[in-house]
Design a protein around this ligand. Structure first.
Ligand SMILES: [Zn+2]
Length: 104
């Protein structure tokens, strides 16, 4: 089984690749005037939203990696309980146990 750190690093790599892709997409600015029409603008706005989401994701992964270094990874930040390893495999950067996440 992969250690949390390795899993997070892999996740980070994936997210960074995605960010690079989105940034490349954003480089090609749509023609807001005549020509490409609204679809170009639309997909550009989609890419903007995706960039925001991806950047948030990267920040979450980096925060999780810091928690690994501090020995706090896998501990619920709300109730202090250990987070189910299965849950960590599905959502590696979570900061809450399933119970607290459910309560919101
Ligand atoms: Zn909890």
């Amino acid at each position: 089984m992969a250690t949390p750190k390795r899993r997070l690093k892999k996740e980070l790599e994936k997210a960074e690749k995605e960010l690079a892709q989105v940034l490349a997409q954003l480089e090609e600015r749509p023609d807001f005037g005549l020509g490409t029409g609204s679809t170009g603008v639309f997909s550009w706005e989609m890419a903007l939203a995706r960039r925001e989401r991806t950047e948030e994701h990267i920040a979450m992964i980096q925060a999780a990696l810091e928690r690994v270094d501090r020995g706090e990874y896998g501990i619920c930040q709300t109730c202090g309980a250990k987070i189910d390893p299965e849950r960590l495999e599905i959502v590696p950067c979570t900061t809450e146990c399933a119970e607290c996440a459910r309560k919101g």
